[in-house]
Design a protein around this ligand. Structure first.
Ligand SMILES: *Cc1c(COP(=O)(O)O)cnc(C)c1O
Length: 416
């Protein structure tokens, strides 16, 4: 017992420039420190409705079924798969990095057959191969792909892939964990059907919530399931009885506890049914981060991510460092930087952390030891982060890179 920690935990100050979490603005931290109220309190339900509206704006969708799953991005991923897929279904899954591999794992755990379309790590999903797979498997129920592959820094063409799904009568499940808020995510324009994201990447809230939006086509598929959704916690029918927005889906059981008639914006509100205790304070944080995104403007946020990427890229190139991904499919918010010959990848990361409190990411899987992953996500996409990162890298790499060149080049891009 005497070895138990008895001091409050004081996290060190960091600059978070890895693959997520990104830096959280003090406004969001302050929001999370506000008083906890009940998860069925009318004031809280009103805030949930605002979160829903703000998420619809961020996803560019009118989908009624838009909310935040209580869990990290992986929970949103699992929610989309377990609700849309039944045992025996066929799903075309695109794998060009770690997160595509997790989609395949989800499909198989649903008892469905995964038809895998593989592309090399560092390259986008090839729509030609996807079209061939959908043609070869005309009964495929779902096409699943990752819009922004955080393991490699690659963007795939979501509009083209969703159009292929539509043309072949399949639903599209899209991972936008790293893209939402950072680059265009156009759910309705793409015709995407089940889309999930995460709170801790370009939205810059703490980890632990997963925004999800589901189209009416996907709701129809959910209604015509032959089997119960195998996960009780992630069953969208039950979740939307709490969040609202499932009017198409939910018939209110007479004997369940409800808060009664308090949902906003409806003449005859269906009420809210207790499902689980929502992470009340975490949702205050997500709400505040979405308010901040709304204040900045979605398009301005996309432009800021592009501008910070351009500055970082200029600095890295001036230092003689290269980027893994070809320009056409390069994500601004996740930069996979090739580790130069003779440099110890992990030692550089530990020194950045020790000297400067700066966190960048390591390569995963096939790219372990070969790349660093520098995130410019949300509140971590600022001139302060770009300049600090380049200066810190220059200091740690020392004589291996020209001194002064990287920050100077970035500064010229940022400020002329
Ligand atoms: C981070 C990430 C996830 C998983 O999110 P968690 O919050 O870590 O569960 C899924 N997909 C992509 C593309 C990601 O970047």
């Amino acid at each position: 017992m005497s070895n138990l920690p008895v001091q409050p935990f004081q996290p060190p100050l960091r600059l978070l420039m890895g693959p997520g979490p990104s830096d959280v603005h003090p406004r969001v931290l302050a929001a999370q420190a506000r008083p906890t109220i009940g998860h069925l309190d009318p004031a809280f339900v009103g805030m949930m409705d605002e979160v829903k509206g703000l998420l619809q704006a961020a996803f560019r969708t009118a989908n009624e079924m838009t909310f935040a799953v209580s869990g990290p991005g992986s929970a949103g991923m699992e929610a989309c798969f377990v609700n849309l897929i039944e045992p025996g279904d066929t799903v075309v899954v695109c794998v060009n990095g770690v997160f595509g591999g997790r989609m395949k794992e989800n499909v198989e755990r649903c008892g469905a057959r995964a038809v895998v379309v593989e592309d090399a790590w560092g390259t986008p999903v090839d729509p030609g191969k996807v079209e061939a797979a959908l043609t070869a498997h005309p009964g495929a129920k779902v096409l699943a792909f990752v819009h922004a592959e955080t393991s490699t820094g690659v963007e795939s063409d979501a509009a083209a892939l969703c159009a292929l799904a539509r043309a072949h009568g399949a639903l599209a499940i899209v991972d936008t964990v790293t893209s939402l808020g950072g680059i265009p995510v156009l759910v309705d324009q793409w015709g995407a059907d089940a889309v999930y994201s995460g709170s801790q990447k370009c939205l810059s809230a703490p980890p632990g919530l997963s925004p999800v939006t589901v189209s009416s086509r996907a709701v129809d598929a959910l209604k015509s399931r032959k089997t119960k959704v195998q996960s009780w916690f992630l069953d969208l029918t039950l979740l939307t009885a709490y969040w609202g927005g499932g009017a198409q889906l939910v018939r209110q059981p007479a004997n369940q506890q409800t808060s009664g008639g308090i949902s906003a914006g409806s003449k005859n509100p269906p009420g809210r049914t207790y499902h689980h205790t929502a992470p009340v304070n975490a949702l205050y944080g997500l709400h505040e981060s979405l308010v901040m995104l709304h204040e900045e403007g979605l398009e301005a946020s996309w432009a800021r991510h592009r501008a910070m990427h351009a500055a970082l890229k200029a600095g890295l190139e001036a230092m003689g460092l290269g980027l893994l991904v070809a320009e056409a499919s390069r994500l601004p918010q996740l930069n996979a930087v090739t580790v130069p010959e003779g440099v110890d990848e992990a030692a550089v990361r530990s020194q950045l952390l020790a000297r400067f409190g700066l966190e960048i990411g390591a390569g995963l899987g096939a790219l372990a030891g070969k790349v660093w992953r520098i995130g410019l996500m949300g509140q971590s996409a600022t001139p302060r982060h770009v300049m600090a990162c380049l200066g810190a890298l220059e200091s740690v790499l020392g004589a291996k890179v020209p001194q002064g060149a990287g920050p100077a080049a970035a500064s010229r891009v940022l400020f002329g």
